[in-house]
Design a binder for this molecule. Structure first.
Ligand code: AMP
Ligand code: MG
Length: 299
């Protein structure tokens, strides 16, 4: 998934802890092979290759992940959209882009971005992208999904306390080594190694989308690596969004969604969702929390 995963297990028996960690790593690799759009062998790549040509029959697991992704597109009014991936030829956040792409190119690519053009046949477990050139990608949801599945493997092996950290998408359960609730630091978007605020995690996930990871600057405007599927342009105005809830997959998808929706609409959505909180850092370094967010400023 192009990201560094860290897996921790706390158990008095080192063998149990290591077995848990190894099972989590194997699970993360298995998921990578299913959902990666970089690996030409993955089912996801096959779906993309057959876009506009024919439906592809996939594993139940991948089918359900796509169904859930489409569901999130619906509740976010299209702000979250796994078909954003057709834009990856237009916007590059690896330093290779030296000028703004022209508006025609953006318009053309964004016409292929539309979750409503993903056709799902549950009976046959078939996925069809209706237009040639369409592509799906799990960059905004896959790490959270993998973290959840890795946790499930560890719990099945008896690991009662652990952390899976997928490049900042984090899930923790149980207690830390001092038998205290696990605390997670939210990084300062300006200085990644500084902690802006602490959150106590009680069997839950904290997932952060941040444009300090990847962005480009044109004419003094900072464009994040998250694309607004409705315009085809990268989002501006927000530096980072952290989502706190029990499900890391949902947290992952929602962190990306709030980036696209912006502060006002993003908070409106999160405040309606039970058990989901968020913390936004704006371009002006303003910290804005959802209604029931409780921050802990001591480490
Ligand atoms: P995250 O760090 O979870 O916010 O994910 C960001 C990644 O999600 C980007 O690098 C893209 O791979 C992908 N992405 C960008 N824009 C969108 C979008 N509007 N909906 C879904 N995925 C997106
Ligand atoms: Mg995300």
């Amino acid at each position: 998934m192009g990201s560094r995963f860290e897996v921790s297990a706390i158990d008095p028996d080192p063998k149990i802890a290591w077995d848990g960690i190894n099972a989590a790593i194997a699970e993360i690799i298995r998921i990578e092979n299913l959902i990666s759009s970089w690996n030409p062998e993955s089912q996801t790549s096959e779906i993309n290759r057959k876009a506009g040509i024919m439906p592809v029959s996939v594993d139940q697991e991948l089918f359900e992940l796509i169904q859930r992704a489409v569901q999130i597109s619906k509740i976010t009014d299209g702000a979250f959209d796994i078909t954003y991936a057709s834009m990856d030829k237009v916007w590059k956040f690896d330093g290779s882009m030296i000028s703004m792409p022209d508006s025609n190119t953006v318009r053309q690519a964004s016409s292929r971005t539309d979750y409503r053009k993903i056709q799902l046949d549950p009976g046959r477990r078939e996925v069809f992208l209706k237009e040639k050139g369409m592509k799906i990608g799990f960059g905004a949801i896959g790490k959270g999904y993998a973290a959840q599945k890795a946790k499930e493997k560890m719990i099945a092996l008896g690991i009662k306390n652990g952390v899976v950290n997928a490049a900042g998408d984090l899930i923790a359960w149980g207690r830390d080594i001092d038998n205290k609730k696990i605390k997670v630091g939210i990084a300062d978007p300006e200085h990644k190694d500084r902690i802006l605020s602490w959150l106590t995690v009680d069997n839950g996930a904290v997932v952060t989308s941040g444009d300090y990871e990847r962005f480009v600057m044109f004419n003094g405007v900072r464009y994040a690596h998250i694309i607004d599927p409705r315009t085809g342009y990268p989002t501006t105005g927000i530096k980072s969004v952290s989502i706190i809830c029990s499900n890391p997959e949902l947290a992952d998808a929602l962190s990306t969604s709030v980036f696209v929706l912006g502060v006002k609409q993003g908070l409106y959505l999160i405040n309606q969702l039970d058990g989901v909180e968020c913390l936004i850092v704006t371009d002006e370094n303003e910290l804005i929390g959802s209604n029931r967010l409780e921050l802990n400023n001591k480490s």
